[in-house]
Design a binder for this molecule. Structure first.
Ligand SMILES: [Zn+2]
Length: 142
């Protein structure tokens, strides 16, 4: 459930999407707000100008939050984003411990606008060499 205050900040995220487009990048923008709605940081997509497929605004903001905010402050933030975070960004948002995400366009709606934009999953093989990997990993957690 979104509120009128959410919509105000979401409109600013959509403006950042336009800024991304104007800078030669795909049109996606996001911002991170504190509990009172104060904007803490904002980003736009820079995958093309940075030649970096991971330069999504949500990922950049989540990394910023994990680096610059203490855990309690991060846990009070809301990310407003023009499009629903992709799986990569969603994972980093979770690792960064943000409180909430509010998006405008869903991933499903994006696929309607841009069919074929999803990528097939990369096959993963494993587990393997369990004794060897346990010797490397287990001491860290004991
Ligand atoms: Zn993403």
């Amino acid at each position: 459930m979104t509120t009128p205050d959410d919509h105000t900040l979401l409109r600013q995220a959509i403006s950042l999407a336009a800024k991304a487009r104007a800078s030669g990048n795909p049109p996606f923008g996001s911002l991170l707000a504190g509990p009172d709605g104060t904007i803490l940081a904002e980003e736009h997509n820079s995958t093309l100008t940075d030649n970096d497929v991971t330069a999504h605004p949500e990922l950049k903001l989540a990394r910023w939050a994990a680096r610059e905010l203490d855990a309690q402050t991060a846990a009070g933030t809301t990310m407003y984003t023009s499009c629903q975070p992709c799986g990569m960004c969603e994972a980093v948002i979770q690792w960064a411990g943000l409180r909430r995400v509010v998006f405008a366009l869903s991933n499903e709606q994006l696929l309607d606008i841009r069919p074929g934009s999803s990528r097939p999953p990369v096959p993963q093989d494993g587990p393997a060499l369990l004794d060897e990997v346990r010797a490397a990993v287990e001491p860290y957690y004991r």
